[in-house]
Design a protein around this ligand. Structure first.
Ligand code: AMP
Length: 282
């Protein structure tokens, strides 16, 4: 596996690969890789001739009081994991190369970026769409792979690709979980032992919501009240938001008809975790 740091070198590499008739799959990450990231890499390997993984902790998607300066960095371990999967190329650009002095252009997807995580983390999705668009321009992937754990993120990226006619197909993949149901996340590392023990209540609440909606409870207000009561039993967990929304538009639902998405964010101490589950009643 080759590691390239300079955007101009990747541009050249991708051009050569395309000229040789190869398809390129890109898996953008912030590193501290776990099985969730690796599942995206495996899917990329199935679909594309060349697999490029990027590791870049993107400063513009973090708010001023967020964890940018503490975000876990485990590059050596990440490289070993990627080597085992036999990917073609690792792209690890510097902040200076991605955001040179005077940088002032951003991409914002209106509407869906303002809800849920976008409401709690103003500017977050503007940072995400900007870096993802930059990566697309540098790598020119045919396919790019994103996890459904970050449901709103993959929806916004799909919208950006459609709205801006970007020549890339976005493939989203299911959430990979720990054995207790907790969604794998680089941020799980921040949790104390007690917080880690409390974390499964989040996925359990999603399962409970899905079960209620599938049985007979269609009233969203009633379902959410039950889920809030369930989560609040865990003293260490403080909900940021909990909603049932239309999976395509993220509009809040009043009743669950054919489908819905239960989506939440919660704090355990200073650590903010997100999760979601799709409900299909037919
Ligand atoms: P991150 O490094 O957290 O920015 O994540 C990089 C990519 O991995 C994003 O597309 C995430 O949605 C995806 N991802 C993170 N955690 C998981 C997970 N538990 N299951 C599936 N995909 C994930």
């Amino acid at each position: 596996m080759k590691t390239i740091k300079k955007p101009k070198d990747i541009l050249l590499f991708s051009k050569k690969m395309h000229l040789a008739g190869k398809t390129i799959g890109l898996v953008p990450t912030m590193g501290c890789l776990h099985e969730g990231h690796l599942s995206l890499v495996r899917e990329a390997k199935k679909r594309s001739g060349i697999v490029i993984v990027s590791i870049f902790v993107n400063p513009t998607q973090f708010g001023p009081n967020e964890d940018y300066n503490h975000y876990p960095k485990t590059l050596k371990k990440d490289k070993a994991l990627l080597n085992k999967l036999n990917i073609d190329l690792l792209f690890t650009p510097s902040v200076k190369d991605m955001y040179p002095e005077g940088f002032s252009s951003f991409i914002k997807v209106e509407g869906v970026s303002g809800k849920l995580c976008g409401h709690s983390r103003p500017g977050h999705f503007r940072g995400v769409t900007t870096i993802v668009a930059k990566l697309f321009n540098i790598v020119s992937p045919d396919y790019a792979f994103f996890g459904e754990k970050d449901y709103q993120q993959q929806l916004i990226i799909k919208k950006m690709v459609k709205d801006l006619n970007l020549p890339v197909k976005i493939i989203s993949q299911p959430t990979i979980r720990e054995s207790d149901g907790t969604a794998k996340s680089s941020r799980n590392k921040y949790l104390s032992a007690k917080q880690r023990e409390a974390a499964p209540v989040l996925y359990q609440s999603l399962l409970l919501g899905k079960e209620l909606a599938k049985k007979k409870e269609k009233n969203v207000r009633k379902i959410l009240a039950k889920l809030r009561a369930f989560i609040n039993k865990e003293r260490l967990v403080k909900l940021d938001y909990l909603s049932i929304v239309d999976p395509k538009t993220l509009q809040e639902l009043k009743t669950v008809k054919n489908s819905g998405l239960i989506i939440l964010a919660a704090y355990l101490g200073k650590t903010r975790l997100i999760d979601n589950i799709l409900i299909k009643s037919r």
